[in-house]
Design a protein around this ligand. Structure first.
Ligand code: FMN
Length: 347
């Protein structure tokens, strides 16, 4: 599958998830295989243009993740065009526009999903961006704002005409937030009508669902399913290749969490030059004092999803939530996933 000039080795994509899909997590998922594209957490166009530190961190990516798409939000065409130029300057492969976020803080500023209420304006944002950069500009939208305005088909056509290179549709309305089910019929209808690639998003928890959805779209984004099972894209790729999906042992699941801790602890420490790409004003390195707390909070956030569907998962979640230090966190993970005996044998 190609988005503009960017060739994706697989049609399976890690969906953007604010607070979750940081560069360390994306790298780990990518290493498992089957992943054709990763998308950053959404980052403010205003922040990118003005160089606000806290925001810029969300746009960071590493070479290992390519191809990588950076998702930006905002509603002002000229600022969005300028932000797209910053993204292009960072060497990202794709710039994606968030037209799906229902959160009031974002949507009240004519950004996120409220752009779906103003299709003409939304298209002018894409037009300004597509004129300003050479990298593909893509859009991620919902089915519409609410049930009365399920206008993804109209908006998708408009942004295609304005220069978008691909469109992703999460088949829920903003009003639905995450309730109900994603409307994949609507997604399939848009895919059949557009000439650019249309990707779908929503409710793929099992690898079979991912491959099944691929029948009607060019690509499938997996969000919460990746947080529960980072191997889901690799398993979907197995199925797509006619193989049985790989099995994942408890040991591997535990090791994933330990690797995530290690990557987070070592972010920006002794990295080779050119490995990490940051926006022009680089964010300050987290002070040593704050890093441990930051890592613990990151693990708590991931484990709220990761533990779903695991035997005894709720018990693990409670223990991770009460952990006060990295050694304690590691011990809880070692114990739950039975990593201790093998570790001891290695000594
Ligand atoms: C915690 C969380 C954060 C999200 N953040 C973003 C975001 O920053 N940008 C975006 O376009 N979608 C975001 N989404 C929506 C997902 O990309 C995806 O479209 C949605 O969760 C449906 O897919 P799923 O059922 O596979 O999770 C987020 C979803 C979750 C659960």
């Amino acid at each position: 599958m190609k988005i503009g000039s960017i060739e994706l080795a697989s049609p399976f994509v890690v969906a953007p998830m604010a607070g979750m899909t940081d560069t360390a997590f994306r790298r780990l998922v990518k290493r498992k295989g089957g992943c054709g594209l990763v998308v950053s957490e959404m980052v403010s166009s205003e922040g990118l243009v003005r160089g606000i530190d806290r925001t810029l961190e969300y746009a960071e990516y590493t070479e290992e993740e390519r191809p990588v798409s950076i998702q930006i939000f905002g509603g002002d065409p000229s600022k969005m065009a300028a932000a797209a130029q910053v993204v292009e300057g960072m060497g990202a492969d794709i710039v994606d526009v968030n037209m799906g976020c229902p959160v009031h803080k974002i949507a009240k500023h004519s950004a996120g999903c409220s752009l779906m209420k103003e299709p003409k304006h939304a298209a002018s944002v894409i037009e300004a961006m597509a004129k300003a950069v050479r990298i593909p500009v893509t859009v991620k939208m919902r089915a519409g704002w609410n049930d009365a305005q399920r206008n993804a088909p109209e908006l998708a056509r408009r942004v295609q005409d304005a220069g978008a290179a691909a469109v992703t549709i999460h088949g829920r309305t903003a009003e639905q937030s995450y309730t109900g089910l994603a409307d994949w019929d609507l997604v399939a209808r848009v895919a059949a009508e557009l000439s650019i690639p249309v990707l779908g998003s929503g409710d793929c928890i099992e690898p079979e669902q991912v491959t099944d959805r691929l029948k009607s779209v060019s690509g499938v984004l997996v969000g919460r399913g990746v947080l529960r099972n980072p191997w889901i894209l690799a398993q979907a790729a197995d199925l797509a290749a006619g193989r049985a999906p790989r099995t994942v042992t408890m040991r591997e699941r535990g090791e994933f969490l330990l690797e995530y801790i290690d990557l987070l602890l070592n972010e920006r420490v002794n990295e080779a030059e050119g490995f990490r790409h940051s926006a022009p004003v680089s964010s300050p390195v987290a002070p040593a004092r704050g890093r441990e707390k930051w890592v613990i909070n990151k693990l708590r956030a991931l484990c709220s999803w990761y533990t779903k569907g695991l035997d005894g998962g709720s018990h693990l979640r409670v223990r991770v939530n009460s952990a006060q230090s990295i050694p304690e966190l590691r011990e809880i993970i070692d114990e739950f996933f039975s990593l201790i005996p093998a570790n001891a044998a290695n000594l």
